[in-house]
Design a binder for this molecule. Structure first.
Ligand SMILES: [Ca+2]
Ligand SMILES: [Ca+2]
Length: 291
């Protein structure tokens, strides 16, 4: 969308986005109930602070393990406003006989049935208070190469049903991979490292990238992440949470949004990771010289 057409409706647009729960909360709107879920795997750091959405983008984590291993995903539920609130927690995602998923309250009680039914509710949280619960996933002997199980965890304000946030975890079967991933478009500047330059004839731009598996085996389950959000955004990501078979591909889009300051050089970093390893790195560059 061009900036010129956005500007006159900016006020209406921001209210609409807040109601959808799909954008970052803006200063001065903290009296609206605001659930903020975050998630981490094992000893990693949390993803998702001050990100509010229904599709868990930017707040998805992946863990992988061998048969018999138990992966732990920590789910932090935050009350991002200056008033008391409590939050309902619900999961969605398909059953997979290769993985056993359980949920535990902050006190260690098994609350799997309640989370599955959407009836689990946190205690009342003080303004900016948090509640930490966990999910565990045991990798069972039925798990196969390239398989994974995924759960979306939706957190809803009890004060204002409809004010939601969601995080996602993916648990995958870990194995040595014969995958060999390439990226297109982009210029290969180092093994596994690509660079793409946005054409800046317009203030905003977008580019679609295809990840191709040129190897002889399936890739690990992938996670695409953007380490410098702001002027760059990820969208249409079909890679995260999936394993790409030999000869197969997946894709994602990077949007570039300069807003009003398109008078400098913007650099963003995208990583396509499998397991704990970065398989492909992409540096996106936009040079703005319009102003
Ligand atoms: Ca969040
Ligand atoms: Ca927050």
């Amino acid at each position: 969308m061009a900036l010129a057409t956005r500007a006159p409706v900016a006020g209406i647009l921001s209210v609409g986005l807040l109601m959808l729960g799909s954008t970052q909360v803006m200063a001065g709107s903290l009296e609206i109930p605001r659930a903020d879920a975050e998630i981490r795997v094992g000893g990693d750091s949390y993803e998702g602070n001050d990100i509010y959405n229904a599709d868990a983008s930017g707040q998805t984590v992946i863990g992988s393990g061998a048969v018999g291993e138990i992966l732990t995903f920590w789910i932090q539920i935050g009350n991002d406003r200056n008033d008391f609130d409590s939050f309902k927690v619900k999961r969605s995602g398909r059953f997979h006989d290769g993985y056993r998923v359980r949920y535990y309250s902050a006190t260690g009680k098994d609350v799997t049935g309640q989370v599955n039914a959407g009836s689990f509710t946190t205690p009342e949280l003080a303004p900016h208070g948090t509640y930490v619960m966990k999910a565990t996933v045991k990798v069972r002997p039925f798990a196969t190469q390239g398989s994974s199980v995924s759960r979306y965890i939706t957190v809803s304000s009890v004060d204002a049903p409809g004010i939601n946030d969601s995080v996602r975890f993916v648990a995958a079967f870990g194995f040595p991979s014969d995958a060999d991933l390439t990226l297109n478009p982009g210029e290969l500047i180092d093994p596994g490292q690509y660079q793409y330059e946005f054409q800046t004839a317009e203030v905003n731009g977008q580019a679609d990238f295809t990840v191709q598996n040129e190897g002889t085996g399936p890739s690990p389950v992938l996670l695409v992440s953007l380490s410098t959000p702001g002027n760059f955004q990820l969208a249409n990501d079909t890679c995260t949470g999936t394993s790409v078979s030999a000869g197969g591909s997946c894709s994602f889009r990077v949007n570039f949004i300069a807003d009003t300051y398109c008078e400098t050089l913007f650099i963003g970093s995208v990583a396509v990771a499998g397991g704990a390893e970065d398989l492909v790195d992409l540096q996106v560059v936009a040079v703005c010289d319009l102003i």
